[in-house]
Design a protein around this ligand. Sequence first.
Ligand code: PMV
Length: 352
Amino acid sequence: MSGIYTAAAAPNIALVKYWGRRDDSDLNLPYNSSVSVTLHQDTVKTVTSVALDPRIKRDAIYVDGKLQDSTRSDEKVRLILGVVRDMKSMGNSEDGVLVVSRNNFPAGSGLASSASGGAALVFALNEALSLHLDDTSLSVLARRISGSACRSIFGGFVRWKRGTSPGGEDSYAEQIAPPSHWKLIDVIGIVSASRKKVSSSAGHLITPRTSTLYRSRLELAERNAESAIRAIEEKDFERLAEITMADSNNMHATMLDSWPPIKYMNEKSWRVVDAVHEMNSRYGKSVAAYTFDAGPNAHVITTPKYEREVEDVVGDALGEGARVLASRIGNSPKLIGRKDSLIDDSLKPLQI
Ligand code: PMV
């Protein structure tokens, strides 16, 4: 079987965060459940083409024009190749695979691409190998590339249930509500393009092992996930905003409490925190909610009514040269046509 298939997927932003793996297997099994919104492919997306062909002698992955070195002990590449190998064996294929992936995020934005990249890859491979896997199985496979990727298999509002099985069969994401349920906006303030000092995969192991606060985070995060889902179902923005901000603060507190301490937020991130609290107190209620992943970039969730003002508040807080993007909530990954393929008919990556 041979063919070239291309899929697009969007990153997601967690409102209740996943931080901490319960073992050091390659399965990315979380200690706690998490809740996210999938962003819109019009604003942020990863496009991934896969080619399966007997002429390809060695599986290879290109990301943003660069060949990823599979001989180095790069953990991400190893995880991706492991999932590719398992999906090929499900499809009884011995063909070589070429993967070419491109992010449309602004150059060096520091936005996480592993979630959208992982989701787009398993989605495209499912087609290329005619596996006909359902979304739950795709979510389990995407999780092995990057935990948060399991949530990008779904559009709208998404929950990832931690599960309890050692093999991870019950640790996958599911949709809570479609994007049309509630028109929220994520205003993204790009603070830094520099690479993080501690990768999230290392941090997921360091914090549970060393932070004395971590045990209490687990109970809180599980409760936050339940409350966030109720707030989403009831479209209770104030409640969702408060859970979102508190959960981000709590996760970053356990990071700082790790040994050695892990610090992802910087001065500029904190300026956004202050500015959002100021805006909320001006309105006498929470109209915006910040959340930060394993990096300094700010995500501020709001409703369309306050979108412009939040963009200004974030832009002013970050100062000169700040980049601010706004994303609606978007859909699940989709297949895209041949004309947007990143691989040409002679099986060469297209450097576009
Ligand atoms: O999926 P990973 O390994 O990149 O970890 C993601 C961790 C956070 O972004 C900090 C939180 C989350 O739930 O997305």
